[in-house]
Design a protein around this ligand. Structure first.
Ligand SMILES: CC(=O)N[C@@H]([C@@H](O)[C@H](O)[C@H](O)CO)[C@@H](O)CC(=O)C(=O)O
Length: 299
């Protein structure tokens, strides 16, 4: 059922993007975007038991093409099709917001129509877009308007909405990709078919252990793994956790400098990174013991 954990590598620095892939983010540099697809075999951030870097083969790449302007979104969708993406995803426009379901669907429909051969995913992240139209409502009849509609990335904690997305679409082969890492187990019970999230960049092993336990119906072990993930996320949330802190942790665990976040975000503090490092060590969630924090200054 749960086919594969989708690892986000969107924090990689500009110079790394030619050997990486992003699920939700695009770069604005056209040449670099093209390079992205010249290497379908990418080096991820995971390390095997020997500590050596493992190569990940991304057999599907979904490019996020959302933008505030419909025209820009359409251009990005066309570009994604041209360079061989396997799908496109779009968040709701968040400056001039759609007021109701029909407005939002009409916007999405125009973006999808710019890449009519590509599977289309709606990226529901109301906390960031401020567009709170329920996903369950949006899905009702969506394939009549968007024939390429393939599924949803659901980054919200409203499990009633998520459960109803699954329940009301059991006859359809939609992908229900969950995006709240600390609640993934609950979403699996509701019928999630996949996950996309930031912490999988470094908590992938622990998450895979949870998925395996869930698959073999060992719910007690699955819950223990989820609680362990929650202990880490709860800890960093209290310190202040966002994209900058994610970059700092990814640098810490990989040794690859992720570069500074873009303004208005501010670089994570050394204090945050030290605390996160101590917590990761105490929870024993990494597959290698030697954290690579030599490049922290560059992050
Ligand atoms: C609001 C937010 O950033 N959510 C993350 C989660 O992975 C989140 O970091 C995690 O559940 C910890 O709270 C993802 O769903 C979204 C995300 O990483 C992205 O779009 O870049």
């Amino acid at each position: 059922m749960f086919s594969r954990l989708c690892q986000q590598l969107n924090g990689l620095p500009e110079e790394e993007t030619s050997r990486s892939c992003c699920c939700d983010h695009h770069t604005n540099d056209g040449a670099r975007r093209d390079q992205l697809f010249s290497h379908r075999s990418v080096c991820g951030l995971s390390r095997g038991s020997t500590g050596s870097e493992e190569c990940l083969w991304l057999d599907q790449v979904v490019i996020h093409v959302g933008a505030l302007s419909l025209k820009e979104s359409q251009e990005l969708a066309q570009h994604a099709a041209k360079i061989g993406a396997d799908g496109i995803a779009v968040i709701a426009p968040f400056f001039l917001k759609p007021w109701n379901k029909d407005n939002l669907v009409n916007f999405l429909k125009e973006v999808a129509a710019a890449a009519p051969a590509l599977p289309f995913y709606y990226y529901h992240i109301p906390a960031l877009t401020g567009v709170k139209i329920r996903a369950e409502e949006l899905l009702d009849g969506i394939q009549d308007k968007i024939p390429t509609f393939q599924g949803l990335k659901f980054s919200d904690t409203d499990l009633l909405d998520f459960g109803q997305c699954v329940d009301q679409n059991q006859q359809r082969q939609f992908a229900f990709l969950f995006g709240v890492d600390e609640q993934l187990l609950s979403a699996l019970v509701m019928g999630a078919t996949g996950a996309v999230g930031s912490t999988y960049n470094y908590l992938g092993r622990k998450t895979n252990q949870m998925l395996e336990a869930f698959e073999r119906k060992d719910f007690s072990s699955a819950l223990n793994h989820q609680f362990c993930i929650q202990r880490f996320i709860n800890f960093v949330v209290k310190l202040g956790f966002g994209v900058s802190q994610t970059k700092a942790i990814m640098t810490l665990v990989s040794g690859i400098p992720m570069g500074p976040p873009r303004l208005p975000l501010q670089k994570a503090s050394r204090e945050f990174t030290d605390n996160a490092k101590a917590k990761l060590k105490s929870l024993d969630v990494l597959s290698f013991t030697d954290l690579k924090d030599g490049n922290l200054e560059a992050s």
